[in-house]
Write a protein that binds this ligand. Sequence first.
Ligand SMILES: [Zn+2]
Length: 213
Amino acid sequence: MDYVLFGIQGSGKGTQGKILAEKLHAAYFETGGELRRLAAENSPLGQKVKSIIDAGHLVPNEVVMEIVEDFIKRAGRTDTATPIIWDGIPRNKEQNASFTSLLQKFNRPYTGIYFELSREEAENRLLKRRICSKCKTVYPANYSKALACEKCGGKLATRADDNADSIRTRLDIFFKETLPIVESWRTADKIFTVNAAPPITEVTKELFSRLSV
Ligand SMILES: [Zn+2]
């Protein structure tokens, strides 16, 4: 069974997704990370991705789907016994249609998980979180040792893109483009909701209990 993660920025879906991937020995697909990995790779697809990113363009949907297909086909993953956790896809209606047909094409059963967090709490978390200037580890709003990174000792700073306007724009896009997908999956009984407001360990506990893992 594949799991497709949905959640507003700040909901902690990436953190929970990685914990779940470890628990299930699943492969983990994160759109941004996959684009960066491919762009650094000397393959035809990697070079295509690199040229799009270097030109400053958004990666078009059909290329994103090539990336998804490439990911599924890589060693072992056409075996559906190895689950894939999908993070950051599908983001909009167009991606939803092509992404779900790809999963069907490869006979991959899937369930969505929606990490639900209020817009107010998301804004609050995003405005307060810090990032390490050296190793780029992100620290949540309630991280107490606010001065240095616990991994490398680097200085923690507010993320450059975490100013109020860009946060609002990103949240708007989620509500306008991604939330309708959550609603359509809910209607189709393809998704369940986890309350993302509690601390990380409690969210994990609820997630694992919902999945009986
Ligand atoms: Zn660091």
